[in-house]
Design a protein around this ligand. Structure first.
Ligand code: ADP
Ligand code: MG
Length: 292
């Protein structure tokens, strides 16, 4: 009889690597030192992200979304707690180039062509030239900029530039892509198109994505899970599982389940707006009437 572990699936399940989450955040706090003492940006964050997930972080402005993303990416350190990426400390993961990052404004080199911008991380990582060119071509095709490889960034629209930044982030097959409001500066129509495009690239590359956004529809449309954060100090308030069919299309935005999930996330967020408003009223009364 053939033992179970001889089948590829069983063998994969038996390897520790397959079981290791891509991101493990345990008890993370972050306090920024400021002139007036300190700002507690994050408190007691626990979150585990598995391979192939698309997780959005959403929450009121200033709740620590960017800070959490930067901690995952080792651009800043936590004040307490641990972050493991592919089972390694995040610093090691950064040295191993386990990350691709995309920010709100595309950071492109104006003196390099579009193709050579996508090739930049591959040059740094010493990929052979032919491999660099092939990868850059494939990724530019994937973001529908195959014809624009020889142009310069300043010759492209904002949306096209952001697609170049996305192609570059995916070019070296990082295990994890971190995106901080990448479509925040785009108009609604372009944004919806970019959402479809990102969805397609994510499925095709089978990458894991952590995505910061302000937009509830965007979070629900793209994600397998939406993490709703509370106002500062940021905590994980609620995690909404997005049980929509994996293949999202233009029609997804008209489905009943999509609306229900948008409402669920909106309500999780609205609680805070009301709580913040009540706090403000109470604060004002304390100041004006001296009660409290
Ligand atoms: P978000 O991305 O959710 O809008 P951020 O993560 O940018 O929020 O910021 C969370 C909180 O931490 C905010 O109150 C912000 O002012 C503060 N903060 C962020 N970075 C710094 C810093 N380098 N120094 C001091 N305070 C900071
Ligand atoms: Mg931010």
């Amino acid at each position: 009889m053939i033992p179970d572990s001889a089948t590829p699936a069983a063998a994969a399940a038996a390897t520790p690597a397959a079981a290791t989450p891509v991101v493990e955040i345990r008890g993370v706090d972050k306090t920024f030192a400021t002139a007036s003492g300190g700002v507690v940006a994050l408190q007691g964050i626990d979150l585990t992200i598995r391979a192939g997930e698309f997780v959005s972080l959403i929450g009121p402005s200033g709740c620590g979304k960017s800070t959490l993303l930067r901690i995952i990416g080792d651009l800043t350190g936590p004040s307490a707690g641990d972050v493991l990426v592919n089972g390694k400390p995040s610093h090691r993961a950064r040295l191993d180039r386990d990350y691709g990052m995309v920010f709100q404004a595309p950071v492109l080199m104006d003196w390099r062509t579009v193709a050579r911008n996508v090739e930049l991380p591959l040059e740094v990582m010493r990929y052979p030239k032919a491999d660099r060119q092939a990868r850059s071509k494939r990724l530019l095709d994937l973001v529908e900029l195959g014809e624009f490889g020889n142009r310069y960034p300043w010759q492209l629209s904002g949306g096209m530039q952001q697609r170049v930044a996305i192609a570059r982030a995916f070019a070296f097959d990082p295990a994890l892509i971190l995106m901080d409001e990448p479509f925040g500066a785009l108009d609604e129509m372009t944004r919806e198109r970019m959402n479809l495009e990102l969805m397609r690239i994510w499925r095709e590359t089978e990458t894991t994505i952590v995505f910061v956004t302000h937009s509830i529809p965007e979070a629900v449309f793209l994600s397998t899970r939406v993490v709703v954060m509370s106002p500062r100090p940021g905590r994980v308030n609620r995690v909404v599982e997005v049980d929509l069919p994996p293949l999202r299309t233009f029609e997804t935005r008209e489905e009943r389940r999509y609306f229900e999930l948008v409402t669920e996330v909106r309500e999780a967020l609205r609680g805070f707006e009301e709580a913040a408003a009540v706090d403000e009223v109470v604060d004002a009364r304390i100041r004006v009437e001296g009660i409290g």
